[in-house]
Design a protein around this ligand. Structure first.
Ligand code: GLP
Length: 223
């Protein structure tokens, strides 16, 4: 990220939520604090969002990214773009976000995590590999996985989300998928060595000319 910003100070960085990328955000903030990276002109783009959570809810992804990315980097909301999870016309909000990303010149580098079922963003298994930003229904497994952010109470986890589509994600110039821990090992193996298939949304990375997967030993243990 710091290298990219050195070449392109106004780069559009696509960021993911979840616990996996947090060390990356902390490392970038440390580089900024040490004067080794300049994010003053960087722009930040959101990958996905819960539908129906007010933006000020501590677990709306807008709040999470403000807390974990924008504030540590010293950036304000003017540097941020994301879909409106509270829009009355969700479909129109999704289409507006895709247009806004294109109008901003497209995402330069998209960070991704991976779900235990191989989802990227909130593109659950069987999402079209050509999909655009749209509303999706979460699987029970993803709601169980994410309940930890809602005091372990699955009833608090929204059922619906907005996510950049797989086709939208593939338009970023560089994709970097991060995976840690044994729980991701099956998903990483299916992503890297399985067929390109909607059952494992992350397998679409095989179609991208500049995709990087960074996995720790546990997550890479089934390769
Ligand atoms: C959520 C997010 C994904 C993220 C996934 C994995 O479902 N929508 O973008 O990749 O969680 O999260 P974690 O990194 O905490 O395992």
């Amino acid at each position: 990220m710091a290298q990219l910003l050195g070449r392109k100070p106004a780069a559009l960085l696509g960021v993911a939520t979840g616990s996996t990328p947090l060390p990356v955000y902390r490392a970038l903030a440390a580089q900024v604090a040490a004067g080794r990276a300049d994010v003053s002109r960087a722009r930040i783009a959101q990958l996905d969002e819960y539908v129906g959570l007010p933006p000020e809810h501590p677990e709306s992804y807008r709040s999470v990214l403000a807390r974990e990315v924008l504030e540590p980097l010293g950036l304000g909301l003017e540097a941020f773009m994301g879909p409106d999870g509270t829009a009355t016309d969700v479909q129109a909000a999704c289409e507006a976000y895709d247009r806004a990303l294109a109008a901003a010149g497209g995402v330069d580098l998209q960070l991704l995590g991976i779900g235990t079922d191989g989802h990227i963003g909130f593109n659950e298994p069987c999402s079209s590999l050509a999909s655009r930003t749209r509303i999706k229904t979460l699987t029970e497994q993803t709601r169980i996985d994410n309940a930890r952010f809602f005091d372990g109470d699955i009833s608090q986890v929204p059922h619906h989300v907005i996510t950049q589509g797989i086709g939208t994600i593939l338009e970023a110039r560089h994709l970097v998928l991060l995976a840690t821990g044994e729980g991701k090992a099956d998903a990483v193996a299916a992503t890297v060595e399985g067929p390109v298939a909607a059952i494992c949304p992350a397998s679409a990375l095989q179609l991208h000319p500049h995709a990087t997967i960074v996995a720790d030993e546990a997550a890479a243990s089934k390769l």
